[in-house]
Design a protein around this ligand. Structure first.
Ligand code: PHE
Length: 376
């Protein structure tokens, strides 16, 4: 009794001192992502981007005269852990907003928690359309997959003049299943053909059975909308089976690990992405140099720039809200308009998605190079 009284007293004294010295409480924002586990580069890159933006924002005095504090949770690349992370951040840490996740399946697991609590959640990079459909508290800083899937199909058909495609996708991954559908719809609607469509599961490492069937179907390209954890091996095994046609994918290919695992087998392949570090736009180049300076010369991937953008979009929303109240932040996020982010000028639309251009990259000598940008 006595101890707790003292604790309460000293706490309030502390509170008083910090108010008296003009030091307001920090604004707490939760960040959840895959810092370990299967797709660790997703969470690590995102956090690096977020922390770079945080340094800059706090370095300029924070927002509303307060510093921003990021409290982060590692969900180990597991959907159920993403849900738990969101619960912890909201209930235990009392964050006023959430940034996360990268993988659509994990955003889909966490979003109902944020929605039920009325805490705005901003996914930097989950592209499956279902994510923001969870409710009016769920936002994203990127384009969605109907656009991404059709953009790759459009490029393959119009620019590469291809018509016959096979698809090899991850059957339990919402992102992969969505892209398979959107790619195939575009192909069929535009006079092309899907000669075969086969699945695999995350963690598989032998794709020879599917690839043998694909070889028999004789496509002009293979669309493989999976994550970097499998696509490198898929490319390698395709080449081992004598399949020479290009493989194509989406943003899930974006990791230094794709080249590590795929080696030269990824040369000549294409994927769509949120940005290219080769983009000469000043906003992109400023970000690339700041990131390299902070992280030992490492080239930022798409998750890094989207994490950076998400943090800045959130800080901008809090500033415009004039308050760190979750509801006010939600309303301000919904009216984000012409925000000068690093990856693009971002407007959040009525479905809480960002309208942005997409880039097509071609891999040569194991490095993705910019070939085309497609407007939304
Ligand atoms: N868009 C992917 C998804 O929704 C995640 C991702 C984003 C992967 C950016 C790589 C780069 O699951």
């Amino acid at each position: 009794m006595r101890n707790s009284l003292i604790a309460v007293l000293s706490l309030s004294l502390l509170g008083f001192t910090s108010l008296a010295s003009g030091q307001a409480e920090p604004i707490k924002i939760g960040l959840f992502g895959s810092e370990t586990g299967g797709t660790a580069t997703f969470g690590v890159s995102t956090k690096e981007g977020v922390m770079l933006a945080l340094d800059q924002i706090n370095g300029k005095g924070g927002v509303l005269g307060r510093q921003i504090q990021i409290i982060s949770e590692d969900d180990q690349s597991k959907p159920e852990e993403a849900k738990t992370a969101a619960e912890k951040l909201i209930n235990r840490d009392k964050v006023v907003a959430l940034i996360g996740e990268v993988a659509s399946s994990r955003s889909l697991a966490a979003a109902p928690v944020a929605q039920a609590a009325g805490i705005p959640m901003l996914s930097p990079s989950s592209t499956n359309p279902k994510v923001t459909q969870v409710g009016d508290c769920i936002f994203r800083a990127c384009f969605i997959d109907p656009f991404q899937g059709s953009a790759m199909a459009k490029y393959a058909m119009n620019d590469l003049k291809l018509k016959k495609f096979a698809i090899l996708y991850d059957v339990k991954n919402d992102y992969s299943v969505g892209l398979k559908q959107f790619f195939s719809e575009y192909v069929k609607a535009n006079g092309g053909e899907i000669v075969t469509e086969l699945g695999y599961s995350e963690g598989d490492n032998d794709f020879k059975a599917q690839l043998t069937r694909i070889r028999r179907a004789n496509p002009e390209a293979i669309y493989a909308p999976g994550y970097y954890t499998e696509v490198g091996s898929i490319c390698k095994q395709a080449r081992q089976l004598g399949i020479a046609v290009p493989l194509m994918g989406g943003d899930g290919w974006d990791s230094e690990k794709t080249a590590e695992m795929g080696g030269d087998a990824i040369n000549g392949c294409y994927f769509t992405n949120h940005y290219s570090p080769e983009d000469k736009a000043p906003a992109v180049q400023e970000f690339v140099s700041a990131y390299k300076a902070k992280y030992g010369g490492k080239t930022p991937d798409a998750m890094a720039i989207l994490g950076y953008d998400a943090m800045r979009i959130m800080a901008d929303a809090i500033t415009r809200a004039g308050s760190a109240d979750p509801k006010a932040i939600r309303n301000a996020l919904a009216t984000t308009k012409d925000f000068r982010a690093a990856s693009a000028v971002i407007t959040i639309d009525e479905n809480r998605n960002a309208k942005k251009a997409i880039v097509v990259l071609k891999i040569e000598n194991r490095v993705p190079h910019f070939v085309q940008s497609i407007a939304p």
